[in-house]
Design a binder for this molecule. Structure first.
Ligand code: NAD
Length: 492
C-alpha cells in the first residue's frame, strides 16, 4: 500500500491484501480477516484488517509450538542466532514500508515509527549475536576431580501478550530473547495494531525460522490472551500492558505456578531543581511528556519544581508544548492518539483537573472524538498533589507541574506513587543526582535526560505496580526470564 489515503469503502482487493494480517500457525497464514482497524489520524481510512482469534486457534498454535520446540532448541545456538540476525536485516530492508503501516495503524510520527522498526531490527541482531555468547559458568568444587558447570535451559513454549504503543519493538524485544534461548513462541499482539507484529512474523519466516517456532494469534485479550494464559503447556508468559490486566494474568499464572513477567503502567515524575537550566529542563520534560504522543509507559506525566525555577521553567515548557503540534503522523511533529476511547480519556483527565481548579497553560480538551484524533500537548499547573491527573496514568501528552519546597520534598513526591517505572531529575548537582539515583523508587533513573527512551542493551523494568520486579526485559537480562538454571557436577 502506498502512502496515499485509502478509503475502506473503495479500497481495491490488492490494497486490502496488503493491509491484511492473519494468524501464523505452524507456518501457515490463517483466519478470516474480519476486524477493521481505522487510521486514527484519518477517519474513514482503513489501516488494517485482522482475524478475531478463538481459543481453538490458541490451542492449534500451542500444539504447533510444542511440536516444533525440541528441534529448535537442539539447533546450535549460533544457527538460531543467524536466523534472528537475518530477520533483523530484513526488517531494516523493509523499514520504510513497515513504518508507514505502523503510522497508519497506531498514529505515531513516521520518524518515530522508522526508529521503532530500526529498534526491532537491532534487537533481533543483538540477540542473534548472543547465539555465540557463553550462557553458563564453570565453578570450583570442594571434591577432587570434579567440575561444576551451570547451564541455562529453554522453558519450552512461551506466551507473549503485547500492547499497541510499540507494536513491533515490544514483540521483537520479547520474541528475540525467547527464541535465541530455544523456546517456541505464541504471541497475541494488541488488537489495534495487528500489522506491525505481522511484519515481524513475516521477517522471521522469510529468514528461515522453522514452521511452528513462532506463532501469532490475533484477537481480543479476554479471548485469545486469556486462553494463552490458562493453557498448561505455556511454561512462561511475558506481558506488557495495563496494570489491571497484568495483575489479573499474574493470578492465573501463579495458580499453576508458571513463570510470569509483567511490564505495566507508569506515572513517571521528574524533579526540576533551582540549579537547572530552565530551557534545557523544559526540553527534557517536553521530550519525555509529548514525544510518542505521550503514549509511552515511560512518558513523563508529573513534574515537581522548586520555587526559584518555577516561573522560567513553566514559560519554557509552555513554549515547547506549542512545538508538538499534532497531526497525521506521516508529516506532523506529534502523532495522533491511538483510539477514540484514549482520546476521550485524555480529554476527561484534563477537563476534570480544570474543573477542580487546575490552570491549563497549554493544550485544549474540546476536540471531536469522531474526527482526526489530534490532541494538543497539555500543561496543567496549580493542582493538588492528590489530583487524579497527578496520581493516575493518563497515557496521553499531558503533564502536571507542581511546586515543591526543596529537593527532599520533591523526592518524597516522586516516590509517593503506586507506580515505579522511570524517574528523572534535572540538576547540575552531582551530589543530589547521585542521591536521587539511590533513593528514587523506580527501575530506571534519568539525570538530565527524558524519562522515555532506553538503549536496547540495558535492563528495563520497574517496581511497585509497574512491574513484577523479578525478571528484567532487554539486554542480556532478558534471557533470565526465558531460561531456567541447572547445576551440573561432572567427575572423572
Ligand atoms: P491493555 O492491558 O489493554 O492490553 C495489553 C494486551 O493485553 C493487549 O494485547 C490486550 O489484547 C491484552 N489483554 C487485554 N485484556 C486481557 C485479558 N483479560 N487477558 C489477557 N490479555 C488481555 O494495554 P494497552 O492499552 O494495549 O497498552 C497500554 C498500557 O500498557 C498502559 O498502561 C501502559 O503503561 C502499558 N505499557 C507498559 C509498558 C512497560 O514496559 N511497562 C510498555 C508499554 C505499555
Amino acid at each position: 500500500m502506498t502512502s496515499t489515503a485509502t478509503d475502506h469503502t473503495t479500497a481495491t482487493s490488492a490494497d486490502r491484501a496488503l493491509i491484511t494480517a492473519r494468524h501464523l500457525i505452524n507456518g501457515e497464514w490463517l483466519g478470516e480477516a474480519d476486524t477493521e482497524r481505522m487510521n486514527p489520524a484519518r477517519p474513514g481510512e482503513l489501516a488494517a484488517l485482522s482475524p478475531s482469534g478463538t481459543a481453538a486457534d490458541v490451542d492449534a498454535a500451542i500444539t504447533a509450538a510444542a511440536a516444533a520446540q525440541p528441534a529448535w532448541a537442539a539447533l546450535p545456538a549460533p544457527s538460531r542466532g543467524a536466523i534472528l540476525m537475518a530477520a533483523g536485516n530484513l526488517l531494516l530492508d523493509r523499514q520504510t514500508a513497515i513504518a508507514e503501516d505502523l503510522v497508519r495503524e497506531e498514529g505515531k510520527t513516521l520518524a518515530e515509527a522508522k526508529g521503532e522498526v530500526k529498534r526491532a531490527s537491532d534487537v533481533l541482531r543483538f540477540f542473534g549475536s548472543l547465539g555465540w555468547a557463553a550462557t553458563g559458568e564453570v565453578l570450583p568444587s570442594g571434591l577432587p576431580d570434579t567440575t561444576i558447570t551451570t547451564r541455562r535451559e529453554a522453558l519450552g513454549v512461551v506466551g507473549l501478550i503485547t500492547p499497541w504503543n510499540f507494536p513491533i519493538a515490544i514483540p521483537a524485544w520479547k520474541s528475540a530473547p525467547a527464541l535465541i534461548s530455544g523456546n517456541a513462541v505464541v504471541i497475541k499482539p494488541a488488537e489495534l495494531t495487528p500489522l506491525s507484529a505481522t511484519h515481524l512474523a513475516r521477517a522471521l519466516q522469510d529468514a528461515g525460522l522453522p514452521a511452528g517456532v513462532f506463532n501469532v494469534v490475533h484477537g481480543k485479550g479476554r479471548v485469545v490472551g486469556d486462553a494463552l494464559a490458562r493453557d498448561p503447556r505455556i511454561a512462561g508468559l511475558s506481558f506488557t500492558g495495563s496494570t489491571a490486566v497484568g495483575l489479573g494474568l499474574q493470578e492465573i499464572l501463579n495458580a499453576r505456578r508458571a513463570r510470569v513477567q509483567l511490564e505495566m503502567g507508569g506515572k513517571n515524575g521528574v524533579l526540576v531543581l533551582d540549579d537547572a537550566d530552565p530551557r534545557k529542563a523544559a526540553k527534557v520534560v517536553a521530550a519525555g511528556a509529548f514525544g510518542l504522543t505521550g503514549q509511552a509507559c515511560t512518558a513523563t506525566s508529573r513534574v515537581y519544581v522548586t520555587p526559584g525555577i518555577r516561573a522560567a521553567f513553566l514559560e519554557a515548557l509552555t513554549g515547547e508544548a506549542a512545538a508538538y503540534t499534532p497531526g497525521d503522523g506521516m508529516d506532523a511533529a506529534m502523532g495522533a492518539v491511538v483510539s477514540p476511547q484514549q482520546f476521550e480519556q485524555n480529554q476527561a483527565a484534563v477537563r476534570s483537573a480544570v474543573e477542580r481548579g487546575a490552570v491549563l497553560l497549554a493544550g485544549a480538551y474540546d476536540g471531536d472524538p469522531a474526527g482526526p484524533l489530534l490532541f494538543p500537548a497539555a500543561v496543567l499547573t496549580e493542582l493538588p498533589f492528590d489530583d487524579a491527573a497527578v496520581t493516575e496514568e493518563i497515557f496521553g501528552p499531558v503533564v502536571a507541574v507542581l511546586e515543591v519546597a526543596d529537593y527532599e520534598a520533591g523526592l518524597a513526591a516522586i516516590n509517593d506513587s503506586r507506580y515505579g517505572l522511570t524517574a528523572g531529575i534535572c540538576t547540575d548537582s552531582l551530589a543530589l543526582s547521585t542521591d536521587f539515583a539511590a533513593r528514587a523508587q523506580a527501575g530506571v533513573i534519568k539525570v538530565n535526560r527524558p524519562t522515555a527512551g532506553l538503549d536496547l542493551n540495558v535492563p528495563f523494568g520497574g517496581v511497585k505496580d509497574s512491574s513484577t520486579n523479578t525478571f528484567r526485559e532487554q539486554g542480556k537480562s532478558a534471557l533470565d526470564f526465558f531460561t531456567w538454571g541447572k547445576t551440573v557436577y561432572t567427575g572423572v
